[in-house]
Design a binder for this molecule. Structure first.
Ligand code: SF4
Length: 441
């Protein structure tokens, strides 16, 4: 049997694509290996959100290219967001690459494999306005063994935030058909997964592009919730102004849908938000986040922020720090601004913030994030909570099981038996910045 190794970079969307690619390749007699040197086919599924990640991908295939000198039969594939963006250019930069596969047509992989095995070089990076649902149903998905299955429900994005490469790499927003999604959910549950995360760049705009039906995220949540069995449902990522009252109400009402919203704010300054082409200002974000908190008890709200966006002043940056604090955000992903080719903000070179200032702001953002996380965790001290166990390990001589609460808090519990995949009730007995400590009830 031939072996394939895939290095996956970036977000859950890429991880989900990799699972689909493994599923297709298993139909073609490939088995997965964790050891690149053993592989007959090496693939990198790239991310273009930051330059660092792109550089890492080229460095990796550079190493693989050297192996090819002594193993000419070795095949190398360059996939994902950087592939979608650069297409044929990849061959110029790395002649040893056998195929380039963008994000729009991952279901071309079986055809590509046939062609490269006949000695052809293939570039499949054409943009499409359709989902590949018709092809998706033909293949099994080789999911990473875990309790949580990530299921994409939309692809692409129409928002064109001025810093973001996603609309150029993932194309316009397309909603996958409810029946395809529901089949994937049922398959995942039948394989033993206990948590379903519905995934999209703007998950809450799901269904906006359906011309023949009025079916939105709240409807999909109701249909997934109606499937028999004990499991949890999450959805990420929410665009602030696409969160409807109906969605918040549905989250509260449906028993399997978890009390968790990931709502990127990106900046606490209305002027910066405008330059980012985000369709809300500081006040609007506050109004939406506060409404979510009022309507969904115990909800956690997490966010994303960028430090040092072009032209950001110290005062505007401080507005981000105060927003994090005043909103009582439970956790935030933070990053220093990284210019991405093709995006609007990347052209504002004269407004770029120097690296020292950018990283000094990032450090302050991280410090504020730490304070917010600790304050958020302290709210749960002494509470009894349901935890879905995700792992079992021996830590410094003691056995510990680790899982998440419905509102996505990580809990470590001393326990001698592996309960991975089980729901347990726990009393929260300790609080750290990034996690809670619990005891079995
Ligand atoms: S909403 Fe903005 S940040 Fe999010 S994927 Fe779309 S363009 Fe990128």
């Amino acid at each position: 049997m031939k072996k394939v190794y895939i290095e996956t970079m970036g977000c859950q969307m890429n991880k989900s694509d990799t699972e689909r690619m493994f599923g297709m390749l298993s139909n073609f007699g490939y088995e997965e290996t964790d050891t690149p040197k053993e592989a007959d086919l090496l693939m990198v599924n790239t991310c273009s959100i930051r330059q660092l990640s792109e550089d890492k991908a080229f460095s990796l295939i550079g190493t693989w290219g050297k192996w090819k000198k002594t193993r000419p039969e070795l095949k190398i594939g360059f996939c994902g967001c950087v592939a979608q963006q650069k297409a044929e250019e990849i061959f110029k930069r790395a002649r040893y690459v056998d195929f380039v596969l963008g994000t729009h047509k991952i279901y071309s992989l079986p055809d590509i494999i046939k062609k490269i095995n006949n000695g052809e070089k293939v570039c499949e990076c054409e943009e499409t306005n359709a989902t590949e649902d018709d092809k998706a149903v033909k293949y099994e998905i080789d999911r990473v063994k875990s309790v949580n299955a990530w299921i994409p429900i939309t692809e692409g994005c129409n928002n064109f935030c001025t810093y973001c490469i996603v609309p150029y790499t993932r194309g316009r927003e397309r909603s996958r058909l409810p029946e395809t999604i529901l089949k994937e959910v049922k398959d995942a549950l039948n394989s033993g997964f206990k948590e379903i995360t519905l995934l999209g760049q703007n998950v809450d705009s799901y269904g906006k592009d359906f011309n023949d039906k009025n079916y939105r995220l709240a409807d999909l949540l109701r249909d997934v919730n109606a499937i028999d069995g004990k499991f949890r449902i999450r959805f990420v990522t929410s665009y602030p102004t696409d969160i409807t009252d109906e969605l918040i109400k549905t989250t509260f009402e449906l028993d399997k849908v978890c009390e968790y919203f990931h709502i990127p704010m990106q900046s606490g300054s209305s002027e910066v938000l405008k330059k980012m082409n985000r369709r809300y200002d500081r006040e609007t974000y506050f109004r939406i986040a506060n409404k979510v908190r009022e309507m969904v008890p115990d909800v956690t709200i997490t966010s994303d922020f960028i430090a040092g966006f072009p032209g950001e002043t110290e005062e505007q940056f401080v507005e981000t720090l105060t927003a994090m604090e005043e909103l009582g955000l439970d956790y935030s992903n933070t990053a220093a601004y990284s210019p991405r080719e093709k995006t609007v903000a990347a052209k504002w070179i004269d407004k770029f913030i120097d690296e020292d200032t950018k990283f000094e702001r990032l450090a302050r953002l991280n410090e504020q994030n730490r304070k917010c996380c600790l304050a958020s965790n302290q709210k749960f001290l002494g509470r009894e909570m349901e935890v879905l166990i995700e792992s079992f390990e021996n830590h410094k001589g003691s056995n510990v099981i680790t899982g998440r609460t419905r509102n996505n808090k990580i809990v470590h519990i001393p326990y001698d038996k592996d309960l991975t995949g089980e729901f347990v009730n726990v009393k929260i007995t300790g609080v750290k910045t990034w996690y809670l400590k619990g005891e079995m009830i």
